[in-house]
Design a binder for this molecule. Structure first.
Ligand code: LLP
Length: 415
């Protein structure tokens, strides 16, 4: 579902003009559509209808409390990678019994926090983490539910920075070690083997690698059963891609079809950890053109958002569509859309054909995933505001940071 439409040249999200949002909340500003978040979740839910499945939103993609709360109200679970994300899920009304804890290393404090809250499962990623979790659970007089994140050594055919299931990656335990580690987990007194987990990468457009990984995982589940270790859920991770430009994107039903076929008739519950595909196209970054510079062979539009607000273009050379909030008549010209940060890598888009004047508003699209969560205060820039639109209402769901807050926790030396 696309929450954006243009009426008389003006870009609107749900029932509100983006220009009105900019006037009310200022720029730069992330804007999310509740309807689009809901539609993306329902797309997964209907694809999984009739199956015993749990959709655990990967919090790292967008951890704003209002976003988490929309998913919690829809009955989602959550995939977290830190104590901070767990605290956010709780503050947003999430159910700890639907939380899985991923990540290549968890501190003892994070383990304690998650055990106290009674999360659904720890996705354990190393032999040493298994031992540590057993010790921490023992200390608390608890039994920790565990899955092993198994590395199926499958190439997801995506950007190398977001490929996670190859042999060479730091994630998961090697496929060949998994059996022995499961036996170890089953023998440890304060662990309970619950499931199995894998996640091979992100922005995946071809379902074949995910299905190949699932096939390997299922083979392992059957082998474990034969050796007396029962697996109750199979967590197939996240990774489904979205359209940023002209990618041929599958619906959740199309993407999940091969996975559902491989797992048809199996008794284990299925877990998924989608992040980007639930929030990416439901959000945009609203920014204003501050300065137009017509240089030697290049035109620059310097906007008030920058790489500290949206780092994906600088970090992955990612392409985000950039649309004028009010279209202007007449021919455009190619612009470099850049921020004011002191780095040549501070760009949001290259070579965009736009008709612009200073003061114009631009919408940087598909910024709902890994936008605000990867933002920083580089160049002592306050973080952007976040707004959620719900029909004809716009709600401020994170106010813009104040400059005094940026150094409020710092101190100078005495004397
Ligand atoms: N589960 C695990 C264990 C993960 O590591 C990730 C993402 C997900 C689920 C969610 O994957 P998704 O459905 O969003 O693809 N910052 C990068 C993406 C990093 C993804 C990291 N892991 C970007 O902006 O493209």
């Amino acid at each position: 579902m696309n929450p954006l439409q243009r009426q008389q040249g003006a870009l609107r999200i749900e029932d509100i003009a983006l220009a009105d949002i900019a006037a009310r909340f200022g720029t730069p500003c992330y804007v999310y559509s509740r309807a689009a978040l809901t539609a993306a979740f329902e797309d997964y839910r209907s694809a999984l209808a009739g199956r015993n499945a749990l959709i655990c939103f990967a919090v790292k993609a967008n951890s704003n409390l209002a976003v988490l709360n929309v998913f919690a109200r829809l009955g989602a679970g959550f995939d977290i990678v830190s104590g901070g994300e767990l605290a956010r899920v709780m503050a947003a009304g999430g159910d700890p019994a639907r939380v899985v804890f991923s990540g290549v290393s968890k501190t003892e404090m994070e383990m304690e926090q998650a055990l106290d809250l009674g999360i659904r499962c720890f996705n354990v990623e190393s032999a040493s983490e298994l031992e540590r979790l057993d010790a921490v659970a023992g200390r608390l007089g608890k039994v920790a539910p565990v899955s092993l994140r198994v590395n199926p050594d499958v190439d997801p055919k995506t950007h190398p920075y977001i490929s996670t299931g190859l042999k060479t990656s730091k994630f998961g335990v090697p496929f060949e070690d998994a059996l022995a580690l499961y036996h170890r987990a089953a023998a440890l007194p304060h662990l309970r083997v619950e499931g199995i987990d894998c996640h091979i990468g992100s922005q995946i457009l071809d379902p074949a690698p995910a299905a190949e990984a699932a096939g390997k995982i299922i083979g392992l589940v059957d082998r474990l059963a034969a050796e007396g270790i029962a697996i109750h859920h199979i967590d197939l991770g996240g990774g489904k891609g979205i359209r940023y430009r002209d990618e041929a994107v599958l619906s959740a039903a199309e993407y999940l079809a091969p996975l559902l076929q491989i797992t048809a008739g199996r008794p284990e519950q299925l877990l998924f950890e989608p992040g980007r595909s639930l929030v990416g196209n439901a959000g945009l970054l609203l920014t204003r053109v501050e300065v137009l510079k017509h240089g030697e062979g290049k035109n620059f539009a310097v906007v008030d958002a920058a790489m500290n607000d949206l780092v994906r273009p600088a970090l992955y050379d990612a392409w985000h569509d950039i649309q004028p909030v009010q279209s202007r008549p007449g021919p455009g010209q190619p612009y470099e859309i850049v921020g004011p940060v002191c780095e040549s890598g501070d760009f949001l888009g290259h070579d965009r054909d736009l008709a612009l004047a200073e003061g114009d508003l631009l919408a940087i699209l598909s910024a709902g995933a890994y936008g605000m969560t990867m933002s920083s205060n580089y160049n002592s820039r306050p973080r952007a505001a976040e707004v959620m639109v719900d029909g004809a209402s716009a709600h401020l769901v994170r106010r813009r940071e104040q400059i005094s807050e940026l150094f409020g926790q710092e101190a100078i030396l005495p004397g």
